[in-house]
Design a protein. Structure first.
Length: 97
């Protein structure tokens, strides 16, 4: 097994561990978003508070909201990966000259 394959497998194992451990130890917890937590805290501090802005559009369900968030993450990762690969290729070409 080559060193790069060994490194990739080790990194993959670490990623799996980082995903599984919180799910095992925090199994029955509710993972609430920071927007919801802020709204609850504002309601506790000032029950008469009324938001001064409304969302332009609200997704019809939590699943659609999660889908849109996942698409946003995938597009962002794609852009970052493209830029990173482009810089790496430029450096590789510059070093080959």
């Amino acid at each position: 097994m080559s060193p790069s394959t060994r490194t990739n497998l080790l990194l993959l194992a670490l990623i799996v561990i980082l995903i599984v451990i919180p799910l095992v130890f925090m199994g029955n917890s509710e993972f609430e978003g920071s927007d919801d937590q802020a709204e609850d805290l504002i309601g506790e501090i000032n029950p008469d508070y009324e938001p001064w802005a409304d969302p332009l559009w609200e997704p019809p369900s939590g699943e659609v909201e999660s889908l849109l968030f996942s698409v946003q993450v995938a597009l962002g990762a794609g852009v970052i990966g493209y830029i990173w690969g482009s810089f790496r290729e430029r450096r590789k070409i510059a070093n080959d000259r």
